[in-house]
Each structure stands twice: as C-alpha cells, then as structure tokens.
Design a protein around this ligand. Structure first.
Ligand SMILES: [Fe+2]
Ligand SMILES: [Fe+2]
Length: 470
C-alpha cells in the first residue's frame, strides 16, 4: 500500500531519486535531467502552495513543512538511505524558498550527492560549496540537538515495549482461559492495536523484533511474531486499519487452542502417534470454541475467529480441520498460514529442527508445493520481505558484514536490500555503520559495489541483530 496521500513523500522520493542519479551518472545524462525535472515539479508544487519548503531529519523521522511523513516499508528503505546522505554532510534540515530555480536545485543536489569535502567540518564545507555556486535560495542547517540520537533508540524502545506487552497479554489470555479467569477482550484489543500502530509507523523496527530471543515462552513469542508479520503483510496488501486490527487479533490468538493440548504431546520429540496427532490437529476447533468464552467483546470478532478455525486448512483444503463441503479458506487464514510457517522456520521453537536463516525461510516458502500456501499471497510476502528479509545477517563480497535493514525500494532488486554495515572487511566491529544500497554500482566499471555472498547465523558472532535494524 503506497500512501499517495502522505504529504511530503513525493518531494522526498524525487530528491532521493536525483541524488542517486547524480551519484551514478554524469550531470548531463538523461536520467539526471529527468530526475532534476521531477524535483523541480515536486518542489514547485509545494512552494506555490505553501510559500516555502523545509525538510527536517529527526532521528528516524522526516518532516516536510512541519508534517511528519508517514513511511511505509518501501519509502522507509529509500528514505533511510536518503537521510544517511544528508547526515554524511552534517545536515539536519534544509530549506528552499520560492526563488529556487533549476540551476539552484542542480548545484545543491550535486553538492549533496558528492562525498563531503575533507579538511573542514562537513556542514561548513557544504555551505562554502553552495556559496561558491551562488546558491542562496536553498540553505542547510545542523540537526537539532533535540532530535539527534534519540529517536532511533526511542523507536526501538517503543517497539520492544509493544512487543513484550503483547507477549504478556498473549500469555495471560491463554493461561487464563485454561484456569477459567481469562483477561477481558479489552486488554487483548489494546495490545493488538498497539501492534498495528507500531507496524504502520515503524515497520522495519517491528520486523526487526522477530529476531529478539530474550523470551523463553515459545508459544507466546510465536503468536506475537505471527501477529506482527500478518499485520505487515496485510498493510502491504492494502487492508485498512480496522481490517488490520481484526487480522492482528486472529494472528495473535491463532494457536490459542493449543493450551488444551498436554505439553508432553505438544513438545514431543519424534513422530506423533494417531491419538496424539488427532489431539494436535484439533487445536483450531479448540481455539474457535475458546474465543467464544472471552468476555467483554462489544461484538464478537467473527472474521478473526474464522481465521483461527481455518489457519491449517490450506488453500486446496488438504489440511485440517477436514471439510466435507467445498469452501474457500479465508484471506486472513491464508495470510496467517504463510506468516506462521515463516516464523516457525526462523525460530527454534521445536527442538527437532534447527532454525534457518530468514533468507532460507523465504526460499522454503517460495518453493513449497502448490496447494500448501496461497501463491499470490506468498509472492506478496516475498516481495515485502525481500529475498533477504529485514534483520538477516549477511557477509558481503567485500568481506564486510552487515544487517539487512530494509528491502530495496526497487521491487525488481529483491536480492539487493539496504544493508547496515556492522563490521569492516578487516573484521573490525563498527557498531551502527552506514547504510548501503546494494544496487549501487561503481561508476567506472558499472559493477555492483557490494553483493551478498551469503547469510550467516548471528549466534555465531554473539550478535543481537534487532539492535542494528532501526
Ligand atoms: Fe496452528
Ligand atoms: Fe502457529
């Protein structure tokens, strides 16, 4: 779901496009001319309407004329890279007035697209450069100390809070239902709403939470992960907030029926016998019945309840519960089937299988037999996650190590995500290094500057990748 109505994204993507074009091609190249044209059109629209244009970078947020620009996962990817370009020049804000002409934009963007000149502080160097090109209609300033350094961490903190609160709600709900003193629907609804809002605001940060391993309660962590992934996919497919809420709710409680299955059966190593399998395969029926017992709903969440019942049914109806009459597995259940398979693959919930890396999990979904998962939704999921999903730890062909922070904004470049460098080729840890766009090419040879050589296991390096995503 692109957000065409989100004010500010137009000018931001035009500016980013122009910076990228100038980094890749000489100024007289047609790609550059077109990109600059786009910048002028977008800027003029705003300048005509509002008499000025100001862009602020505040931690992970970007404001255009004082309005926060809402970023979805794809904008987020491009804009994170765009922000890094400005940051490299020490710029926290820029302003343009209606006198800004084509040459001014071109000079300004050429200066920004170039690496900061050595010798003096980057912001001063940039100002000198703009002065020497006599650009006076576009000015730059330092980041506000109010904003710098805190928002990224705050976003991660907020995401963590939402995450652990949801784990707790899932636990209280499930354990409570067994003991006959379940929490009310209201608390569950609030938890789901905050998942939805966090996913809408900071999708990459929330998806980064999937790799948190600080919780030992497998089934509740699984529930929350599936909820986050389902809401992200639902948003990607264009569902509205109300629908995302219903979907998030169903996802959070999709396995609630499992609390009625003895742990000895649930956690059994090796094959289940017929009787045990019969029990396990009843968890969708149990779940549906249990949700009827939750008190405090203003209106029963029928769509979500149906999804709980159908989540193992499979599109070709070969799953369970067995159905007698032909029916169609609902959209929410189809979404949950995919996201839960992905989460189960990357996690070590079952002691029988080793968790696989996120890229391997995506590959398994792509290659699953037809009939197991909805093909169209699977493709959408892969497009959303990228071949190398957010939080995959990767080794690049340069020898650098990095963490995937977002899929490439260009959906054709699925295997070339944006990667934050966390260790140099020499193996030196750099903490939160720069974000690199893997579609970047060397202007002389035309070759990609960096490619992913392979993904690797964060545990081998004692890393918590979630820390590097936001
Ligand atoms: Fe299930
Ligand atoms: Fe599940």
């Amino acid at each position: 779901m692109k957000s065409p109505d989100s004010p500010g994204t137009g000018i931001l993507s035009a500016l980013y496009g122009a910076v990228r074009a100038l980094q890749l091609y000489p100024a007289e190249n047609e790609v550059v001319t077109r990109a600059l044209q786009e910048v002028r059109e977008q800027a003029d629209q705003i300048l005509d309407r509002e008499g000025g244009l100001s862009i602020w970078f505040a931690g992970n947020y970007i404001f255009v004329n004082d309005l926060q620009v809402r970023l979805d996962l794809h904008d987020y990817a491009a804009l994170a890279a765009f922000r890094e370009v400005f940051r490299g020049h020490g710029v926290g804000r820029m302003e343009a007035d209606p006198k800004a002409r084509a040459d001014d934009w071109q000079s300004f963007l050429m200066a920004i697209a170039a690496d900061p000149a050595p010798g003096q502080p980057p912001l001063e160097a940039l100002r000198t450069e703009l002065g020497s090109r006599s650009v006076s209609s576009i000015s730059v300033g330092p980041p506000s100390p109010l904003f710098e350094g805190s928002e990224g961490e705050e976003a991660v903190e907020a995401a963590r809070r939402t995450y652990s609160r949801s784990v707790k709600v899932a636990r209280d709900m499930m354990e409570g239902l067994v003991l006959g003193k379940a929490i009310g629907a209201r608390r569950a609804e609030r938890a789901v709403l905050s998942v939805v809002d966090r996913v809408l605001q900071e999708p990459a940060t929330m998806l980064g939470m999937l790799t948190l391993r600080d919780f030992d309660d497998h089934s509740y962590v699984h529930s929350v992960n599936v909820s986050i992934l389902s809401v992200a996919l639902g948003d990607y497919l264009g569902l509205n907030r109300e629908q995302l809420f219903e979907l998030g709710f169903a996802a959070l409680f999709h396995d609630i029926g499992k609390v009625l299955i003895p742990p000895a059966v649930l956690n059994k190593m090796g094959w289940l016998n017929d009787e045990e399998w019969r029990l396990v395969s009843q968890h969708p029926d149990f779940g549906l019945l249990m949700l009827f017992n939750v008190e405090g709903f203003e209106e029963l969440p029928y769509r979500g309840m149906l999804a709980v019942y159908e989540h193992h049914m499979k599109p070709d109806l070969s799953g369970y519960p067995r159905v007698i009459r032909r029916r169609r597995q609902g959209l929410f259940a189809r979404i949950i089937a995919i996201t839960e398979a992905y989460d189960a693959a990357i996690s070590n919930y079952s002691k029988q299988f080793l968790p696989c890396s996120p890229d391997e999990a995506v590959r398994q979904l792509r290659e699953a037999e037809t009939g197991a998962y909805d093909r169209v939704l699977t493709r959408a999921f892969v497009n959303m996650m990228g071949i190398f999903p957010v939080a995959t730890l990767v080794i690049l062909d340069t020898g650098e190590m990095g963490v995937v922070v977002a899929p490439n904004p260009n959906v054709k470049a699925l295997s070339r995500p944006l990667v934050r460098i966390i260790a140099t080729a020499e193996g030196e840890r750099v903490g939160d290094g720069p974000i690199r766009d893997l579609t970047e090419r060397d202007p002389d040879s035309g070759e990609y500057r960096r490619s992913i050589a392979r993904s690797t296991d964060p545990a081998r390096y004692g890393l918590n990748v979630a820390d590097h995503v936001a």
